[in-house]
Design a protein around this ligand. Structure first.
Ligand SMILES: C[S@@+](CC[C@H](N)C(=O)[O-])C[C@H]1O[C@@H](n2cnc3c(N)ncnc32)[C@H](O)[C@@H]1O
Length: 297
């Protein structure tokens, strides 16, 4: 998604050093590697082992020019330290869940395929979506759906989940979808947006603690950029986009700004890309450039 835009806004150049904090299957990474040529270096990070494996296969032809790291981008500083890179020319965050994660029923991210209620990006983590759905008190569940899913029927859905799990724990995505369906009004059930979209988003954000690590990682990223280096953040929902926008704004202001925002309005995919890939419709990319450190007077 936004492949050409990412390469252009990151100002990728031959011989440059770049970090893809969410390498996924390596789509962006591959395009960046093609541009930076034989003297460039790309570090790709992902917390999903399947993604690191798939990226490794796709990017094998680039040999030593690519380093893949399985881990959370909250450890960005340490990850770059481990490959001996104190500063880089560009850092990309393409946030959220990937198409392979969504398309794989057994990962439990999708409300349109039946699978276990899992939703962990990193399957070494102990807690699954089923643990939240079956374990949280009703009030906490409702708050979670409201805050992370912006779900206006959060209370009704939480009440229905608690009633259903009193009979038997909810184990699968389709069991949860059926409880949601039974809880929401008819118009919402048949609306444009699938009635489980927001609940699934909320559970996924909570189980992967997606918002907690983002702001800190963006601050670390700004520190790790060489002067003139670029930061690109692609978000798919308003909660992430708000964090990116506010973090960039905070670092671009104050007496010692570290960044200059380059996108007053977020960059969005072309009509053509949205036609080819409906998920693109919600993508928003924000870009900032690292300022040189101010010299002491
Ligand atoms: C939208 S996909 C990226 C797709 C990728 N740009 C490509 O071209 O294939 C997001 C990826 O980020 C990973 N991810 C999400 N949060 C992460 C985090 N905190 N640390 C590391 N990886 C993360 C997910 O596992 C997923 O593979």
């Amino acid at each position: 998604m936004l492949l050409d835009e990412v390469v252009a806004w990151l100002a990728c150049r031959p011989g440059g050093r770049y970090v893809d904090c969410t390498v996924g299957r390596g789509g962006h990474a591959e395009r960046i590697l093609e541009v930076i040529g034989p003297d460039g270096l790309l570090v790709g990070i992902d917390r999903d082992e399947d993604a690191i494996r798939a990226a490794g296969e796709r990017l094998r032809r680039f040999g030593e020019r690519v380093r893949l790291i399985g881990g959370n981008f909250s450890g960005l500083r340490e990850h770059l330290g481990s490959v001996g890179l104190p500063a880089v020319d560009g850092i990309l965050f393409d946030l959220g869940v990937s198409s392979p994660q969504l398309d794989s029923a057994e990962r439990g991210f999708s409300f349109s395929q039946d699978g276990p209620l899992d939703m962990r990006m990193d399957r070494r983590e102990p807690r699954t979506a089923a643990d939240l759905v079956n374990g949280l008190p009703e009030r906490e569940l409702a708050d979670l759906l409201y805050h992370y899913g912006e779900e206006r029927f959060s209370r009704r859905i939480a009440r229905a989940i608690v009633a259903a799990r009193a009979t038997a724990p909810l184990r699968t995505t389709f069991e949860l979808v059926s409880v949601i369906r039974s809880a929401v009004p008819g118009a919402y059930r048949h609306g444009r947006l699938h009635c489980a979209t927001r609940t699934f988003q909320a559970l996924r954000i909570a189980i992967n603690r997606e918002l907690e690590s983002l702001e800190g990682a963006l601050r670390d990223a700004a520190d790790l950029l060489a002067p003139g280096g670029r930061l690109c953040v692609i978000a798919f929902h308003s909660l992430e986009d708000r964090i990116a926008k506010q973090a960039i704004r905070a670092m671009a202001g104050g007496p010692e700004p570290r960044l200059r925002s380059l996108t007053k309005k977020p960059v969005t995919p072309s009509e053509r890309e949205c036609g080819e890939n409906p998920r693109a419709r919600s993508a928003k990319m924000r870009v900032a450039e690292r300022l040189p450190a101010r010299r002491a007077a």
